[in-house]
Ligand binder design. Structure first.
Ligand SMILES: Cc1cc2nc3c(=O)[nH]c(=O)nc-3n(C[C@H](O)[C@H](O)[C@H](O)COP(=O)(O)OP(=O)(O)OC[C@H]3O[C@@H](n4cnc5c(N)ncnc54)[C@H](O)[C@@H]3O)c2cc1C
Length: 390
């Protein structure tokens, strides 16, 4: 592939990545490592959307990218040259025998992929996670999965990309993509036009709108998820300890950072996503955190926020190099994009440079599978905002 800008007002790059979340930044970093001239364009600042607001979990053991994700995370601080605060393993706390059975069954499924886990009795659980309630009947220790700090990770990718000569253009909204001869050749923004040889669209909830600009239909639904953070409490031996309907982690400083609950479905119909602030859901999260960690129940909630995610009709990501236009890779991560990001970026780099991913079978992530999704699929699933009582 070419590694020099090919067109457009003197600005541009061999690869223009639309979206400075973890997916776009990781893809750009992998490309820059291979010597490719790459430019990331974001309508806001890097990581301002879901990538900087998520739970930090790396736990999607059923993804074809999980093995690569697990290989890469322990290497990322060294490869990037900046800290991500990655820590391996995960504990799931069971408050009932039925929950414990369920967690064991789910953990067992991962053994077919070579991952290890063990059942913990109450005493073993408390040794690893001293703040957990005495009401817990036990738990599972997963020797796979893990967690990292989302904001540190975004920053690490951005700095590492720039160290390699990659460029990031913030506060720049893509409004149009121009095609010539079966390829996208120009990216039009509110701050000028950028020539390109290849494009990666990794724009989170807006990926569908950007795909529409080149005549591609990508059905997506949108949801708001919320998180709370407490003031620091004494450190547990294990950082990722969850249960009671929550997912989350204890930060290195001791804060409990947790999210959970069902998806709060919303509408997004423009480039400007609705402002994602927290709601009364934070009170439910705080209650559940206090039930799971009664020894931290007096800790004050010091921050809360919401973030937006996109979901495909079958709940799986799309990571695909299109056939027409044939120089575009589409990546939408269906709510599981943080943990997978080291591997996703690697896969996208291979799709751009070689047209195929060599380390994972991505056939289940192609766009073709969504071609015949019937109109009204969101209504059928009930993935719609609640009807206002007014
Ligand atoms: C509260 C919460 C908790 C979560 N917990 C986890 C978890 O524990 N583990 C996990 O793996 N995942 C989790 N997720 C999901 C995860 O955060 C996302 O899947 C992931 O961050 C998606 O990254 P992305 O780069 O693909 O998209 P985003 O982070 O959404 O980034 C897309 C970027 O594209 C830019 N953009 C959009 N349109 C345009 C345009 N027209 N022009 C220029 N730029 C544009 C946006 O400004 C944005 O910066 C959570 C999400 C939330 C909200």
């Amino acid at each position: 592939m070419n590694v020099r800008p090919s067109s457009g007002n003197g600005q541009g790059a061999a690869v223009v990545v639309i979206g400075g979340g973890v997916t776009g930044l990781s893809a750009a970093w992998w490309l820059a490592r291979g010597g490719v001239d790459v430019l990331v364009i974001d309508k806001g600042i890097v990581g301002w959307e879901a990538s900087g607001r998520n739970g930090g979990g790396a736990a999607h053991s059923f993804s074809p990218l999980f093995a690569e994700e697990q290989r890469l995370w322990p290497l990322m601080d060294e490869m990037l040259g900046y800290p991500t605060e990655y820590r391996p393993k995960r504990i799931r706390v069971a408050l009932t025998e039925a929950q414990l059975d369920y967690y064991c069954r789910v953990a067992d499924l991962a053994t077919s992929q070579g991952f290890r886990w063990e059942k913990l009795d109450r005493k073993q659980l408390k040794e690893l996670a001293a703040l957990v309630t005495d009401e817990a009947v036990g738990g599972v220790l997963l020797h796979f999965g893990g967690q990292a700090n989302p904001q540190r990770t975004v920053q690490a990718f951005a700095w590492a990309l720039q160290d390699l000569g990659g460029r990031i253009q913030q506060h720049t909204t893509v409004t149009e993509m121009r095609r010539k001869g079966g390829k996208v050749t120009e990216i039009v923004t509110d701050r000028g036009t950028f020539g390109c040889d290849h494009v990666v669209i990794a724009a989170g909830p807006q990926t569908g709108l950007l795909a529409q600009m080149i005549g591609i239909d990508l059905p997506l639904a949108f949801a708001r998820l919320e998180q709370i953070v407490t003031e620091p409490v004494p450190l547990m031996k294990m950082g990722w300890v969850d249960g009671n309907g929550l997912y989350g982690r204890q930060t290195l400083r001791g804060n409990l950072a947790f999210g959970g609950g069902p998806h709060d479905w919303i509408e997004i119909d423009g480039m400007r996503a609705p402002f994602a602030s927290s709601t009364f859901v934070m009170r439910h999260l705080a209650k559940r955190v206090a039930q799971l960690f009664p020894y931290a129940a007096q800790a004050r909630v010091i921050r809360s926020w919401a973030g937006l995610v996109e979901v495909t009709p079958d709940g799986r990501p799309v990571i695909d190099r299109l056939s027409d236009p044939d120089n575009v890779v589409l990546a939408t991560m269906a709510s599981v994009g943080f943990g997978l990001c080291p591997a996703t970026g690697h896969a996208i780099q291979q799709l751009v440079v070689d047209g195929k991913c060599t380390f994972a079978d991505l056939s289940g992530f192609n766009l073709e599978r969504l071609r015949n999704v019937a109109p009204g699929w969101r209504e059928k699933r009930g993935w719609l905002p609640p009807v206002s009582a007014a």
